[in-house]
Design a binder for this molecule. Sequence first.
Ligand SMILES: Cc1cc2nc3c(=O)[nH]c(=O)nc-3n(C[C@H](O)[C@H](O)[C@H](O)COP(=O)(O)OP(=O)(O)OC[C@H]3O[C@@H](n4cnc5c(N)ncnc54)[C@H](O)[C@@H]3O)c2cc1C
Length: 286
Amino acid sequence: MLAFELERPATLKEALEILSRNGPKTAVKAGGTDLLVWMKKNLVHPELIVDLSLIEELKDISFDPSRGLVIGALATINEVAEHPQAGKFYPALVDAALSHSDFVMRNKATVVGNLCSAVPSGDMIAPCCVYDGVMHMSGPAGERKVPIMDFITGPRKNILQKGEIAKAVELPVLKGHSAGRYLKLGRRNALDLAQVGVACVITDTPSGREYRLSFAAVTPRPVRAKVAEDLLRGVASPDESLLEKVAEAAMGCVDPITDVRASREYRVSMVGELTKKALRESLERF
Ligand SMILES: Cc1cc2nc3c(=O)[nH]c(=O)nc-3n(C[C@H](O)[C@H](O)[C@H](O)COP(=O)(O)OP(=O)(O)OC[C@H]3O[C@@H](n4cnc5c(N)ncnc54)[C@H](O)[C@@H]3O)c2cc1C
């Protein structure tokens, strides 16, 4: 790891000022569980790290029944897993949080950091997509917000511009009674990245039952399984033959790679199996 300078601003304003004064070799750090690993592996070489961890205004998780859940950039994965309204209204997010690494790592790792890392196996990405998550950002050009589906543009790529900080991710309130599930397949039960992940949300909206599906580790950027979702729309309880068609449709919208964790073929087949299981278990929770 090469030498670097460290700044620990106490406010977001100060952090933005430091970023505006410094060049491209500046990195923002939240929990540091990705950034420090990448530095040790010589994948990134920042000359200055702006550590956000003292900024109180980024630590909040808030829930408002008319707005939804807002998760600040420093809220840890454990804090989300333990948040009562997250558990009640966003169960697929809490499943994903509990599937992330282990208890000790989850005390450091943040949800927003996971989204900024934009690694395709990131466990928080698919749940944030099925809950229509929106990233709030602050930078030299002011404030902006972008859906997570558009925030992540490819493996380890996001739309953050130079000098910009992700402030929070907002999950809007659901339009009716809802249930959900995130299932993760890994080689071990802890401290392993997903071979495949499936997030599912079912909601009874005023216009009928609606299903949303998204995946981890099988697409270079976030996708929603629109064809599969359309097959299910309005169906109260899908039978096995419909679940098979939905699984086929889900398998048709992923494009995984073969790597040390799993082959492409295995991943595609597991997308089908986990999609059916996630749907069945979401319906049981309904
Ligand atoms: C042992 C181990 C096990 C792991 N297990 C899992 C797992 O099971 N599932 C999983 O998904 N991940 C896993 N990870 C990866 C990592 O823990 C997560 O991606 C984590 O959620 C990242 O959050 P962080 O706060 O640590 O991010 P950091 O490391 O602080 O930052 C990650 C990246 O995002 C940028 N960034 C962070 N916050 C902001 C911000 N507010 N504004 C702008 N840019 C920002 C940083 O500059 C950096 O590029 C594991 C890592 C390790 C080391």
